[in-house]
Design a protein around this ligand. Structure first.
Ligand SMILES: [Zn+2]
Length: 241
């Protein structure tokens, strides 16, 4: 078939020669792209920071490579259907609630009264707590984050975490002095039996300040999965240099 077409029409139309300027521009573009890719490979962290906006409005902090914000991992909010009341105005995820109530009963039998100070907190309340207390105490975001998680990054929003106090030592509520109470000694000896662990022990690798009153439930596969990133981090620091 091609033989039927006259030779002159078969040949490719002639392209005008590219100007040396355009050639140089093309080379320059290639060079810049190679430079950007090279920099991204050499310094992935600054590039990632530049590409990700700060996750919390009003907080000029970005997440680290493992998703943490000022030390705290991101957590999804528990759905209302999963929550069960454990004290007036305080709720926990169903399995955590059952375990907590059983733990409180066992403590009472040993003469210890565990008080629920704070349990599930929706992100909205966490936002209020974080920013209101931050300005009231004239704290920087970093200082504030050491004692309270930024909204969206609190274990309390999962419905698995609870702040506990000692009914016989209310002055120690939400204070490091809680570690000197009978309630704390009892928790240290017995909480694991009810699948509660201390989230932020002294010198924790997350860099969150020591909270002897803050316990989280890990007694189901779902709960364990929620806190897996935190476990991964402590495992990494155990085997690290
Ligand atoms: Zn707490």
């Amino acid at each position: 078939m091609a033989d039927d077409i006259p030779v002159a029409q078969r040949s490719q139309p002639q392209r005008p020669p590219r100007s040396p300027f355009l050639n140089r521009l093309g080379l320059l573009g290639l060079g810049v792209s190679a430079l950007v890719v090279g920099l991204a490979l050499l310094f992935p962290e600054p590039l990632r920071l530049w590409l990700t906006p700060p996750p919390v409005r009003g907080l000029d902090a970005r997440t680290s490579a493992d998703g943490r914000l000022l030390g705290h991992f991101p957590y999804e909010e528990a759905s209302a259907a999963e929550l069960v009341e454990v004290a007036p105005g305080q709720a926990l995820q169903r399995d955590a609630a059952q375990a907590l109530l059983a733990m409180q009963r066992a403590a009472v039998a040993d003469g210890v009264q565990l008080v629920v100070l704070s349990a599930f907190r929706p992100a909205e309340l966490q936002e209020e707590l974080f920013f209101a207390i931050k300005s009231e105490r004239n704290q920087s975001a970093l200082e504030r984050a050491q004692v309270s998680a930024p909204p969206g990054f609190s274990e309390h929003s999962t419905g698995y975490a609870v702040d506990l106090g000692d009914a016989y030592a209310p002055q120690s509520n939400l204070s490091v002095s809680f570690e000197t109470t009978q309630a704390f000694s009892w928790l240290q000896a017995n909480a694991a039996r009810y699948h509660f662990i201390l989230s932020f022990p002294e010198g924790n690798v997350q860099g969150v300040s020591y909270e002897p009153w803050h316990w989280r439930f890990e007694g189901t596969a779902a709960a364990l999965q929620v806190f897996e990133p935190a476990h991964r981090l402590s495992r990494a620091s155990d085997t690290g240099p």
